[in-house]
Design a protein around this ligand. Structure first.
Ligand SMILES: *Cc1c(COP(=O)(O)O)cnc(C)c1O
Length: 367
């Protein structure tokens, strides 16, 4: 049996008519940027997450970068983020000229360890950027508490966590602003690049919108040296169609995760830990292996058995070549390094069959 790491086919087949209608609607309108589709999606997505405002952007990286800029983050400022995340979280910070201050991740939750944040705060700390990695919400109460005590902003990186809940509330509603990605592989994915920032603050929303639209508040009047990063009408129309079934998609991912948890019995494999506060959306189902050798052998074994896997992420941010100038070294973040060496992501997507889950579990158990 073949089990790809991810497939978009089941979802696209189910929404085939709706996606074609979305395309026809935009084509017949002859309006491609900053129109009704964008407005409609922004309203529904803000409503879905539970914020007052949503601003469509070109991608998730831009959403984070524009939010940082909206809070005036720039040269001389520091931004705290986890060492175990996708590179985009750090790139958003360096794009605006600020310094990423990395903090270790907890190998149990894979997320930033709130107990290690306070020791990283300096006079220059402007923003904390928690990342709800793999669709698992971070422990937001202590993070918000630290931020409030120090007068620091919080920007949530929700690129992997559309619909995930912390203590019954959706992530993206805790920080001063939050960034989402609609990269095709995300739980809510466009048919191309797309992203959005959300916030409850009117001024922040207006600033993010202007910054993503050439720094313009009204046409040909430029108050900032802005960017061109907007959500186009086609992607907005596709996203509106997909948003209608996001809860069902997430529910199905939860069911598949439950199946994995029930069927994987190999005692060497550590299954994902879900804290009481968390209702994850399983963007990634990440297991942990006893050591790097075991992980790499398991990866090859699964490949032989035609099961696709992935590693999120094999090189933590502090060991990336592009960030050598930050002067971190191996051993600085043991939690993130352990994750990088021992994590393996199993196939997880809407439309995976019970037979496929069973086959993956049996194969893991026979290793
Ligand atoms: C995907 C992702 C991003 C960036 O989103 P893009 O739309 O690809 O720019 C940022 N942060 C995290 C954690 C991501 O997974």
């Amino acid at each position: 049996m073949k089990v790809p790491f991810v497939s978009f086919i089941p979802l696209e087949q189910e929404l085939n008519n709706e996606l074609h209608e979305a395309f026809e609607r935009v084509l017949s309108s002859s309006w491609y940027i900053e129109g009704e589709e964008d407005k409609r999606f922004e309203q529904s997505f803000a409503g879905y997450i539970g914020t007052k405002y949503c601003i469509g952007c070109g991608n998730g990286l831009d959403a984070l970068m524009l939010a940082l800029k909206a809070f005036g983050t720039g040269k001389g400022d520091e931004v705290i983020l986890p060492a175990n995340t996708f590179i985009a979280t750090a790139l958003a910070v360096t794009y605006v000229g600020a310094r990423p201050v990395l903090t270790d991740a907890d190998p149990q939750t894979f997320n930033i360890d709130p107990n290690l944040i306070e020791q990283s705060i300096t006079d220059r700390t402007k923003v904390i950027m928690p990342v709800h990695l793999y669709g698992q919400p971070c422990d937001m109460d202590p993070i918000m508490d630290i931020a409030h005590r120090h007068g620091i902003r919080v920007i949530e990186d929700c690129a992997q966590a559309h619909g995930a809940e912390y203590k019954g509330r959706r992530v993206g509603t805790f920080g001063d602003a939050s960034g989402f990605s609609f990269y095709p592989g995300k739980n809510l994915g466009a048919l191309g690049d797309a992203g959005a920032a959300v916030t409850d603050d009117e001024e922040t929303a207006a600033k993010i919108r202007a910054l993503g639209n050439y720094g313009s508040d009204i046409k040909y009047h430029h108050i900032y040296q802005g960017h061109n990063s907007r959500l186009d009408e086609l992607q907005a129309a596709f996203l509106s169609a997909k948003l209608t079934i996001l809860d069902r998609v997430n529910e199905e991912r939860r069911r598949l995760a439950d199946k994995y948890n029930e069927l994987i019995t190999n005692p060497d494999i550590v299954l994902p830990f879900v804290p009481d506060y968390a209702e994850p959306v399983w963007h990634v189902f990440g297991i942990r292996c006893p050591d790097q050798g075991y992980r790499n052998d398991l990866e090859s074994y699964l490949k032989e058995k035609e099961i696709g896997t992935n590693k999120h992420y094999p090189i933590p941010i502090h060991l990336q070549d592009c960030y050598r100038d930050l002067r971190y070294k191996s051993g600085d973040f043991p939690g993130a390094e352990l994750i990088a060496k021992t994590e393996l992501s199993l196939p997880m997507y809407y439309g995976m069959s019970d037979e496929q889950i069973g086959y993956v579990a049996d194969t893991l158990n026979s290793f």
